[in-house]
Every structure is written in C-alpha cells, then in structure tokens.
Design a protein around this ligand. Structure first.
Ligand SMILES: [Mn+2]
Length: 316
C-alpha cells in the first residue's frame, strides 16, 4: 500500500503513480496488488493538470482504507513530513505495527522516528525526482514521464528550487514528452480575483518588525497562505509569517529569504514554535506549523503581537 500526505499535491500524486508502476513492473506484481491511498483526496491543482495533460486515466486510488487492510499491508509512505499530515488512524496503525517504509525529501521530518525504515533525501528538490531516478530510459513512457515532470515543476516552484539533479532527471524525462506542452498543463499563475483579494488583505493586516538585520512581516489570510508568504518576500520581507485559520485547526506558514542568516532563520522559527507550543515541518526555506485548534481573527492578531513581543524580549 502506498500512502501520501493528506490532500495529495502534484509531487505526491506523480511520485506515487510512478512508484506503483515501477514496483509492478520489476516485482512482476499485478496492479491490484498495490493500493494507492490519498487520504482526504487530491488537491484541485492535480485534477486540473492531469486533465489538461491527458493523463487522467493514470488516477487509480482510494481516499480512505479499511483498518484491517491497513494493518495487514506493507506500507510505503511518500512525501509526508509530519504526523499532522496523515489522519490519526494511519498514525496509530503505523505506531502499533512499527513497520513502514517512509520515502521523503522534506528538510525536516518528524515521521522518521515512528517508522522502522526510511529513505530521507533532503538533497532532492521533489520526490518525483527521486522516483524518476529509479527508472531506466527503457522503462519510461510518455504518461509516467508527463506525471513526473508535473510533480517536479510543482515542487521545485518551476525550477527555482531545482538543482543539477533536477535537470539531469528532466533531461531523461523530457525525451518522452513535449516539455512545452506539459508545462502548460500547470494551472496558470493564480492571478484571479481571490488571490488578489488575499494579497491585499494580507497587506492590510500586516505587522512589520525589524529584528536585527531581518525584516519580519506577519499577517493572516483565510487561504493562499503559501503564495502570500512568497509574495511578501518578493516585495521586501526577509521572513514572512502567515497565519491561516482552517476548519478545526490553523496553519502558520513561515518563509525565509534565501540570503537571511541560517542562525537568524532558526531563531525566528524557534520563537514561533515556542509561542504556538508546536513543532514545525518543512523544507530548508519554509516551515509550516499546524495547530489543532480553531482560532478567529482576533486571536490571529494576538499571536502576531506575541511573536513581536517575544522577539523583542529575546533581544539581539
Ligand atoms: Mn514533495
């Protein structure tokens, strides 16, 4: 059984499909021997891009799975960095079984400690890259390579986080598809009304804090938290802290400008973790903290003030 994080994104979906295909072909298994589980389904972006690229038929998954089957299966967990990214049922079964293989590329990963086996490769900019490396050219074909290119494009921020390795894998993959066509399958830059409103609201609610040489900006929005954090960096912040209330939880997205001193990034991150009494998960230049309780707008403002106060107390 292959399981990804909740609301699977392009990287998670592409790597799970390609890994299943790979395992079926080398192990001489049938397609029915491997179940792919995307807990709580897939993100809208995935559906759109797969449709546009004509690879919708690759979807073969369930949103949930019977506990008994879960307990009896060999588990491979993909692209998942923390316990909060999986439903509790999955975590408790993994905890009881103790047997699962985790394959991930996130800079920090707290799930490693509850599995008995992991391949954790933070040098890879996407998980699709890691799975693509398993394939030899003879085994690749157009559909799988198209999915993997989509996964790589999405997770590397269209190559802004790409490495030598990304391009070497891309060279192999793009022999099987037309890159110019594939890249058009990604949702167009989300310049629609809702993101523009989110940006403007984020600016209206924003607090600016100068802390040593860092310009820290904190705000809250109901959605697009990741895009908003990037946007704030583009327009000048060194560290963006974006709070976003969800159904029964809230998320705090932190993103840092590349050039910011590692030590300062670390200090800002630890301060936010301390205030929220929660640990973060994420890549080198971004972290996300999920807190399992509801909050309203007022409380979001309060958290922002607390972060400012705490940084001041710590001093340089
Ligand atoms: Mn990923």
């Amino acid at each position: 059984m292959i399981i990804t994080h909740k609301q699977a994104d392009l990287d998670a979906v592409a790597s799970s499909i390609a890994l299943k295909h790979f395992l079926v072909s080398i192990e001489g298994l049938s397609k029915n021997d491997i179940t792919v589980v995307y807990p709580e389904g897939i993100s809208k972006e995935v559906e759109e891009s797969f449709k546009k690229c004509g690879i919708y038929h690759l979807f073969d998954y369930v949103n949930d799975v019977d506990e008994k089957l879960l307990r009896e299966s060999s588990l491979i967990i993909l692209d998942t960095a923390s316990e909060t990214q999986l439903p509790e049922k999955f975590i408790s079964i993994i905890n009881n079984k103790g047997e699962a293989l985790l394959i991930d590329h996130h800079y920090s990963n707290t799930l490693k400690k509850i599995v008995n086996n992991y391949y954790w490769d933070t040098e890879a900019a996407s998980l699709s890259e890691i799975v693509a490396e398993l394939y030899s050219e003879e085994d690749l074909h157009i559909d799988i390579s198209t999915a993997l290119v989509l996964g790589i494009l999405a997770d590397t921020g269209r190559f802004s986080r790409g490495s030598h390795r990304t391009f070497s894998v891309m060279g192999k993959l793009t022999k099987f598809n037309n890159y110019e066509t594939v890249k058009k399958c990604l949702p167009v830059s989300r310049e629609d009304r809702s993101i523009r409103i989110a940006r403007l609201k984020a600016l209206q609610r924003m607090a600016i804090e100068i802390y040593e040489e860092a310009i820290i900006v904190a705000t809250y929005v109901s959605s697009f938290e990741s895009e908003i954090a990037d946007f704030l960096i583009r327009i000048g912040s060194d560290a963006s802290i974006v709070i976003s209330p969800k159904n029964n939880e809230f998320r705090v997205m932190l993103k840092f400008r590349d050039e910011l001193k590692e030590e300062l990034k670390e200090r800002i991150l630890r301060t936010v973790e301390k205030i929220l009494a929660s640990r973060s998960a994420g890549h080198r230049d971004f972290a996300v903290i999920v807190v399992k309780r509801k909050i309203g707008k007022n409380e979001a403002q309060k958290i922002i003030s607390e972060i400012r106060r705490e940084l001041h107390l710590q001093g340089p």
